[in-house]
Design a protein around this ligand. Structure first.
Ligand SMILES: Cc1cc2nc3c(=O)[nH]c(=O)nc-3n(C[C@H](O)[C@H](O)[C@H](O)COP(=O)(O)OP(=O)(O)OC[C@H]3O[C@@H](n4cnc5c(N)ncnc54)[C@H](O)[C@@H]3O)c2cc1C
Length: 362
């Protein structure tokens, strides 16, 4: 199979790159290793299955004033949004020896916005608008070789190995994952490889926990659902009730991957429920379901180097590729954004830059 542009990765950046190439009338094929699109965006129901009215195991929020491109894309796709629930008191748990205390809420400015149906709504809307025959889930790229004037991509779909020849490639996966999972022939220069390997994949070290309830009981007692804790295992908790009214709380763990593994998922879930009871009262002890997603266990997001949390990525205007490959490949994942690295907005910025570079070169 031949194509003008191969897009590797069907997360937000890959899908948005596909949309921009479609607008420019440039032919492409998009290859996605997972059996679903969205990458770190993952909205699921109480059983953990993909859902159009889901809870966000990946990103939940965007900030329109800070991220105007994200706001514009949401609007262009006709996606309704709503503000993160933050009315009511905040609970602070300073230590296990002190009872948690409630404080009047600090008004959140600018408001964090959520998409109705979950962040997965943006993925479904982008996929719906793209030509289905150009989107290939369950296809992992393992190698890219420059030969006979083309880029030969080795594709793995289950046990089947195939090849796609492209003029240019947009790599829409985190640089660190790219450096450790795709072989380049001829080899990339050492400066490029080192920089990719040193670029932390935003949020890859983290795990999210959800407790789903029949009603948002904490709101009835004037609590916002927001809590901070030094006692753990959750350090930051928020109301995750869906726009359709399915009540939920979610939290991030204060333990790194090794610590989470040592405790084990079942014990972590039990300890999280016990903590929610301390923070929000006895009804928190009876969730109708729980959800747990450890992103370090996901080989299409994390590498060993992502086991420990790094700080938020900072914008870095240097070119992501030096040497022979620089005119043939472009990086599009959020981490490579020169303005909003790590954020959903960064995935859109980086995809646009990668498409502009690619369009100039064909
Ligand atoms: C828990 C969590 C919370 C977050 N919260 C927020 C938030 O509230 N707000 C915010 O702005 N951002 C948040 N983020 C970050 C946000 O999710 C990312 O910035 C964004 O989704 C990145 O999109 P991407 O397309 O660049 O990368 P990804 O979503 O990582 O997409 C890369 C894609 O490449 C695919 N792939 C990997 N290897 C291969 C291969 N060899 N061949 C083919 N395909 C491959 C992957 O399967 C994946 O689909 C959060 C992330 C996480 C994990």
């Amino acid at each position: 199979m031949r194509t003008t542009v191969a897009i590797v990765g069907g997360g937000l950046s890959g899908l948005y790159a596909a949309r921009l190439l479609t607008d420019l009338g440039i032919e492409f094929q998009l290859l996605e290793a997972r059996n679903r699109f969205g990458g770190r965006i993952l909205s699921v129901d109480a059983k953990g299955d993909l859902s159009p009215d889901g809870f966000d195991l990946g990103p939940s929020w965007y900030w329109p004033a800070m991220h105007p491109r994200m706001a514009r894309v949401v609007e262009d796709l006709g996606l309704p949004a709503f503000a993160q629930h933050s009315e009511g008191d905040v609970v602070i748990e300073r230590s296990r020896s002190e009872a948690p205390r409630r404080f009047p809420t600090m008004r959140q400015e600018p408001a964090s916005m959520r998409l109705v149906g979950g962040t997965g709504a943006i993925v479904s809307a982008l996929v719906r608008a793209l030509p289905a025959e150009r989107l290939h889930p369950d296809v992992r790229v393992t190698r890219i070789a420059m030969q006979d004037g083309g880029l030969h991509l080795s594709l793995r779909a289950g046990a089947t190995v195939n090849e796609l020849v492209a003029e240019r490639v947009i790599l829409a996966l985190p640089p660190r994952l790219l450096a450790s999972t795709i072989d380049f022939k001829p080899a990339l220069d050492s400066a490029t490889l080192a920089r990719w390997g040193q670029t932390a994949t935003w949020m890859a070290p983290h795990a999210k926990f959800f407790a789903l309830y029949d009603r948002a009981f904490w709101r009835e007692s004037g609590l916002s659902g927001t809590a901070q804790s030094n006692a753990g295992p959750l350090v930051e908790i928020h109301d995750a009730t869906s726009a359709s009214g399915s009540a939920a709380l979610f939290g991030f763990f204060g333990l790194d991957r090794k610590q989470r593994l040592a405790v084990g998922e079942a014990a972590l879930v039990n300890a999280s429920i016990a903590q929610l009871v301390r923070l929000f009262g006895p009804p928190a002890g009876q969730p109708r379901a729980t959800l747990f997603k450890d992103w370090t266990a996901d080989a299409f997001t994390s590498t060993e180097a992502d086991e420990l949390a790094d700080g938020h990525p900072v914008p870095d205007p240097r070119s992501w590729i030096t040497g022979n490959w620089a005119s043939y490949i472009s990086l599009a994942s959020s981490e490579t954004s020169a303005t909003n690295p790590g954020y959903l907005a960064g995935a859109l910025d980086a995809a646009e830059r990668a498409v502009q570079e690619t369009a100039r070169r064909i």
